[in-house]
Design a protein around this ligand. Structure first.
Ligand SMILES: CC(C)(COP(=O)(O)OP(=O)(O)OC[C@H]1O[C@@H](n2cnc3c(N)ncnc32)[C@H](O)[C@@H]1OP(=O)(O)O)[C@@H](O)C(=O)NCCC(=O)NCCS
Length: 179
């Protein structure tokens, strides 16, 4: 376990977030995205996040201050009003810091933030071959709902995805669903 601080992302984190995301894109196990991102693009992406759909980072202490080694973000699941309490999440940890509990800490923090914001469910889609992500989600209390077959192509090859969901604070969620 590496002791990390989980905090809301700041504009200055955009370069580290882009670097970590690009590692995931190049690895071809995490996302259908193939276009690598720049710090500028991630800064604009960060600016679109808010308290309801935050981006959090994991930072570890370093002599010069701290180093951002992972991030997690939620986004709107669907624009329809009835789905406003559901968010999709993405989580990425720097290659050199995987397997140290950072992904688990990020997922717990985003689940707590989402519950506080009145959301009732987190969902994501994971490639069946992404053993690390499936293990992380299972450990964090996500249920594998099923498999979308031939969901999209990556590098010209059809790929399936496993849908995962975690119900958050049911009572708060029910209250926010009534509003
Ligand atoms: C998936 C990812 C975020 C996991 O983060 P991490 O910090 O390495 O995960 P953790 O160290 O917190 O491990 C969480 C659990 O998953 C398990 N796990 C992690 N990596 C694993 C692997 N490669 N194989 C099997 N289990 C693994 C751990 O053992 C742990 O379970 P435990 O507490 O029961 O031992 C990281 O591998 C990553 O960034 N991958 C590339 C991006 C990606 O695939 N993101 C998910 C798609 S949105």
């Amino acid at each position: 376990m590496t002791a990390s601080t989980i905090r809301p992302a700041r504009p200055a984190d955009a370069a580290a977030i882009a670097e970590i995301y690009n590692q995931g894109i190049r690895g071809r196990q995490a996302t259908f995205e193939t276009e690598e991102r720049t710090a500028e693009e991630r800064a604009a992406w960060l600016a679109a996040h808010d308290e309801r759909h935050p981006c959090l980072v994991a930072a570890i202490p370093e002599a010069a201050g701290e180093r951002v080694v992972g991030w997690v973000a939620t986004d709107t699941y669907r624009p329809r009003h009835c789905y406003r309490g559901i968010a999709e999440f993405s989580v990425y940890v720097h290659e050199d810091y995987r397997g140290r509990g950072i992904g688990a800490a990020l997922l717990e923090a985003i689940a707590a933030a989402a519950a506080r914001a009145g959301l009732w469910k987190l969902v994501s889609r994971v490639f069946p071959e992404n053993t690390a992500s499936r293990a992380l989600c299972a450990r964090a209390g996500f249920r594998e709902v099923g498999v979308y077959q031939r969901h999209a192509m990556l590098d010209g090859v059809w790929r399936d995805v496993v849908i995962v969901e975690r119900l958050l604070n049911a009572e708060r969620g029910a209250r926010s669903a009534e509003r």
